[in-house]
Design a binder for this molecule. Structure first.
Ligand code: COA
Length: 173
């Protein structure tokens, strides 16, 4: 079990690997927060079940409040230049935001990605993610963690909303 930003306080926060039983939570929260992006929420349900995708769940007093999904794709499936690891999604329920949990989940996913890449995919030198053009909160979080825009890989969500691509190097790349 990994440490959490709430360690040492009376509150009990915990980060753990998702199990198939978490599918409903992940799909429900995705639908809530990503609905404006079109079919992206159901796409995330599919990613949750994909063997290359890892999901971490944050629980607070034994109740799930957020998740982060990451993946190391073995080929250049996404059409980007060079192999790349991906933060597939990050979400917290509204009441749990603004306390450092988003940053904590992102940092934990990057640590696991770095370990995974060292072990099985040393050619993967960077991690990328996509974020909606108008999602300034998430963009601030990502830039505070060293992610930088890569405009040539911008895309669109199923809804047509623009998605911006951010990347950062992994390890000492
Ligand atoms: C994006 C999200 C995960 C951020 O989680 P969070 O717990 O609120 O963020 P944190 O409290 O960890 O903040 C981390 C950093 O983000 C930035 N940030 C977060 N909220 C901010 C706000 N309201 N105003 C300004 N900066 C903010 C800060 O740079 C902060 O850095 P700090 O730790 O040095 O203060 C959360 O808002 C969320 O779930 N949103 C809905 C889903 C979503 O948009 N996911 C991302 C899709 S790509």
């Amino acid at each position: 079990m990994e440490s959490s930003p709430l360690e040492g306080s009376k509150a009990r926060g915990e980060l753990r690997r998702a199990t198939p039983a978490d599918a409903a939570f992940v799909e429900g929260l995705s639908e809530l927060v990503f609905r404006p992006l079109g079919g992206y929420a159901s796409i995330l349900g599919g990613w949750f079940a994909h063997p290359a995708v890892n999901t971490l769940i944050f629980t607070f007093n034994e109740r799930s409040v957020g998740f982060v999904m990451w993946a190391i794709f073995s080929t250049d499936d996404l059409g980007f230049e060079g192999p790349e690891a991906d933060i597939v999604a990050l979400a917290l329920e509204e009441e749990s935001r603004g306390q450092g949990l988003g940053g904590f989940l992102l940092d934990a996913a990057v640590v696991q990605l770095e370990q995974g890449c060292r072990a099985v995919s040393p050619r993967v030198r960077r991690v990328g993610l996509s974020v909606a053009l108008d999602n300034h909160t998430a963009q601030l979080l990502y830039t505070s963690r060293g992610f930088k825009r890569r405009p040539k890989d911008d895309s669109r969500y199923p809804s047509g909303h623009r998605s911006l691509r951010f990347t950062r190097p992994l390890g000492d790349a």
